[in-house]
Design a protein around this ligand. Sequence first.
Ligand SMILES: [Zn+2]
Length: 420
Amino acid sequence: MSEEKWVAAHKHYSGTIYGLEHHLSNRTLRPQDRQEKEILSSILDRVTLSHDGIDQYIWMPDKRGTFSVKSFGLELAKRTNMSNLPTFKGLWAGLIPFRIEMFSWFALLGKLNTKSKLINLGLIPPSESLCVLCESYQECHNHLLLQCDFADTLWKWWLNLWGIKWVLPSTIKLAYEQWQHPNHGNFFKKVWKAAFFIIIWSIWKERNMRIFEQKASPPCDIQNLILLRISWWIKGWGDPFPYCSDDILRNPQCLKWRGITTKLFRPEHKQCDWLPPPNGSLKWNVDASLKTSLPKSAIGGVLRDINGNFRCLFSTPIPTMEINNAEVLAIHRAIKISKGSDRLSQCKLTIESDSANAVKWCNESNGGPWNLNFILNFIRNSSKEGLGIEIIYKGRESNFVADSLAKQGLVKEDEFLAWM
Ligand SMILES: [Zn+2]
């Protein structure tokens, strides 16, 4: 690092620390913060500068010098003397997305920002301590993820699926240590491991939905969401698992599949040929599904950010109709949901459909089936109103998730809508 840059960086960080101390009126630095501040200053003071050479970022805990979540986790565990704890075993196996691995790791360490923690930090008043899922007990991580009636229902449901009786232990860490998979082959072993993290992640997401969005879903919806998440993340494992999301939803026992499995590995981050939306915007993939044997059709959609993270999902049964008409309804539903949400109303949106006809009708100022006039006009007006909506056509392969959501709608009575 050049000398000027170093001085600037040092000033910046010191300034930030002192600035924080000075400006946080309701939270002055605690003793441990001061300790950290001193450690940071002593690290910065020890740095020696070389005047030649090119500046570059090097991540010391990794041999290649590049950052990875795994090396970060291992390094932190080493530094905090926790490398021997069994809680880390199997956690960084790449069965679930990084952010959920990180979340699970925090959960196992009891480091989630639960209400108990926020009260201890003086960030919320003790009067706001109640668990939002049961409204009966104080929310700490063990209560929320394990002991709460809501959590208990989900754990028991999962165990019942496999005919297992288990007295839940007192802490989430113990639960993880005792999380023994039934013997249904190697593939199921991975499903079982992933399920633990997906269950606690789904409870946490529901808790946040209730606190920040004032929206509550019953346990049966969360159960579906758990199976859905399992079905999506299975796709990243590289196993030739032959079933799709709606197979799993209808019959979770298909997860006992005993085919040839690959070893646990960190998959490449690939999502078929799904392309991210332009910077600062979000993308809906929508789809429709019909089955001639059933007297109804269904539509589904998934909203993703530029990193491919799911933001919202819907799966909705509709009356039976021609497929292109149903595709128009799927586009319509995505716009309705977006317009009804505070956080999306200002957002630029791309809506991708695999029906060239539906996209054409929505983008033209008139035309399309007469019985859809009302719906089409709503769509056309919405794109005019400056909501920043672009409706585009894209082939089938990129639409895997939306397609599975639409298929699920066929077996449901009511709409399933979830925010991530
Ligand atoms: Zn509770």
